[in-house]
Design a protein around this ligand. Structure first.
Ligand code: PMP
Length: 287
């Protein structure tokens, strides 16, 4: 497997981080995951835009950030992977390496770019919508979730808790300053949607959630299908009474057939979910 690391393409076994790599010591970096289907990257411009925004959010300049797209394409080509998920990571280094462990950023930071292309199953347009159960956990993350940061410990703990409880996703719930009660923000690695009173709802793309690329694609598909859509947070009670719920990310749209043991929409993927999942598949395949 060829990866991109330390300024070049090399065999994975020959790529190493320095011991004091800030991505490891401080989670000082950001990432993206881009899907390729039949050799075609999906929503490349949106990923580059979000990467630029995440880097600005942590104050790490990469003036040539557009190069991420061609590095990624080249990595997929070198690995001969028409269907892939490409992980991009940019951490804060400095000329000559990260230096000794220090909370203070290096004076002249440089982006250290790593990319790994993982093979993926070819997308089957005829496959039924993925479905699974969700649990709800407290959203203990910071207040800048719009930055796709490497600080994934809360998400990893939440997903592990979901798995332990036989669920596929953990939905985060939190009390937000200035808002009454608590709201569902998003999933540990997904954006969350629910159909409530006939309206498709999802949390606004503010600092409490990541502005998912798939989220934007599905919102656009819903609006062009003239569905009623509202970017407005919902509560646990609204979710448990919803007629449909789903979670989405670059990997897939997943119907949530129950939340905390309460069946949603009779325990099956609903009409809106199926329509939007189909629209997503068409978009991914460029149809
Ligand atoms: N929210 C969070 C917290 C995520 O980690 C992800 C995926 N990385 C998403 C939403 C979905 O984003 P996208 O559709 O761009 O994959």
């Amino acid at each position: 497997m060829i990866v991109y690391a330390d300024g070049g393409f090399r065999e994975k076994d020959e790529a190493f981080y320095p011991l004091e790599e800030r991505g490891v010591l401080f989670a000082d970096g950001v990432y993206e995951v881009v899907r390729y289907d039949r050799g075609r990257p999906f929503e490349m411009d949106a990923h580059v835009r979000r990467l630029r925004a995440s880097l600005a959010g942590i104050g790490l300049p990469w003036p040539g950030v557009e190069a991420a797209a061609s590095l990624s394409d080249e990595l997929v080509r070198r690995n001969g992977l028409p269907d892939a998920r490409v992980y991009w990571q940019v951490t804060r280094s400095a000329a000559g390496g990260p230096g000794k462990r220090s909370f203070v950023h290096p004076e002249k930071p440089e982006p250290a770019i790593t990319m790994i292309a993982y093979p993926a199953e070819p997308l089957d347009p005829a496959a039924p919508v993925e479905a699974g159960e969700a649990v709800i956990v407290e959203d203990v993350r910071w207040h800048r979730c719009g930055i796709k940061s490497l600080m994934l410990l809360p998400a990893s703990m939440a997903k592990t808790e979901a798995k332990r409880r036989g669920a596929v996703e953990a939905l985060f719930e939190r009390a937000k300053p200035g808002a009454a009660g608590t709201h569902i923000t998003e999933g540990s690695s997904t954006n969350a949607f629910a159909v409530i009173g006939g309206v498709l709802r999802t949390h606004p793309a503010d600092g409490w959630v990541l502005a998912g690329v798939t989220r934007a694609v599905l919102l656009e598909a819903a609006r062009s299908a003239a569905l009623a859509v509202e970017e407005r947070a919902f509560t646990r009670a609204e979710l448990l009474a919803a007629s449909e719920a789903f979670a989405c990310s670059t990997t897939q749209v997943t119907a949530l057939t129950s939340v905390e043991g309460t069946p949603i929409g009779g325990g099956k993927a609903g009409e809106v979910t199926r329509r939007l999942a189909a629209a997503y598949v068409r978009r991914v395949l460029g149809a």
